[in-house]
Ligand binder design. Structure first.
Ligand code: 0GY
Length: 295
């Protein structure tokens, strides 16, 4: 362990990411990032499975500007449980340049959902990753999914590839738009055209209401930066489902142990995963604007 690691042995975010060589088109959206604390103001949840370092809104907005991005979608992370206060505070400080995805209890009051909507929340996240959260029964998630339809919210689901087969019937019955985090976390040591990744591709083809984030190469990679082993998976989805893909940094990269991701390098991968101006426009602007800033 070095000074770069926190008490849980996790590496912290990169303190001075490179200036990207790739210049994002004006108005580009980082559609998957988080805020952590600061803990003295926004304490972490007692039931959390990891304790990150403070990585608050000011750091996020400075990073956005450094990377040449314009907007953020801030996704409630498991370390803050169902207390969305840090995320909502960031939305309210963003001059309309950030939207949010919340984690809520099934019995949350309608008035509280309205308050989250007014702050800029446009989706709710269901986390199925066992190392991050205790399991929630599917019927509880379904009830929440039905309740947020009146607000036009979408559902963000986070699961790992081995769970896809079991989850498929549930995913198919979710109402509205369903956004899959991090491409369903494929095993990138397997071929892009092999049965594992193609199971996810087939589901995307069968479900016109399913979108995905071509994010998280830092966590999926076996080879390490510059993520040559993940880019083919991202590019495949961008080229096949160009109007249903989102991109995000995943800053501040919770639970990373292998290396400290450089967010400038992550921006540089965009040119490889979306090789034309039209694909970049869809991935970075048109798609996230349609999903998060339609109203
Ligand atoms: C991510 C991925 C992770 C963590 C969370 O909610 C979370 O704590 O999503 C992870 O550890 O894979 O999207 O940030």
């Amino acid at each position: 362990m070095t000074e770069e690691h926190n008490a849980d042995g996790e590496v912290t975010w990169h303190p001075n990411p490179k200036t990207p060589e790739f210049t994002p088109p004006a108005g580009a959206v980082d559609a998957h990032c988080h805020v952590f604390g600061p803990a003295h103001e926004f304490p972490f949840a007692p039931e959390r499975k990891y304790t990150p370092g403070d990585a608050g809104k000011d750091m996020l907005f400075a990073l956005r500007d450094h990377l040449g991005l314009s907007r953020n979608v801030i996704v409630q992370a498991s370390c803050h449980g169902k207390d969305n206060a840090a995320m909502v505070d960031a939305l309210e400080s963003s001059n309309g340049m950030a939207r949010g995805v919340a984690v809520v209890a099934h019995d949350i009051a309608d008035e509280e959902l309205d308050r989250l909507h007014a702050a800029g929340v446009r989706g709710v996240r269901f986390n199925f990753v066992k190392r991050l959260v205790d399991a929630t029964p599917r019927e509880v998630f379904m009830r929440t999914a039905e309740r947020v339809q009146r607000l036009g919210w979408h559902i963000v689901v986070y699961f790992e590839a081995p769970d896809l087969e079991d989850l498929t019937p549930f995913l198919k019955t979710l109402p509205g738009i369903v956004v899959v985090d991090h491409m369903g976390r494929p095993d990138v040591s397997l071929p892009v055209d092999g049965p594992d990744f193609q199971r996810f591709v087939t589901l995307m083809a069968e479900m016109p209401n399913m979108w995905t984030k071509v994010s998280c190469p830092e966590r999926l990679t076996v080879a390490g930066p510059p993520y040559d082993d993940v880019v083919p998976f991202q590019r495949y989805l961008v080229e096949t489902f160009s109007d249903r893909v989102l991109w995000g940094t995943d800053w501040p990269h919770p639970n990373m142990k292998s290396h400290r991701p450089d967010d400038g390098l992550l921006v540089d991968t965009i040119a490889r995963i979306a090789p034309t101006a039209d694909l970049q426009q869809a991935l970075l602007i048109d798609n996230p604007m349609r999903l998060y800033w339609a109203d």
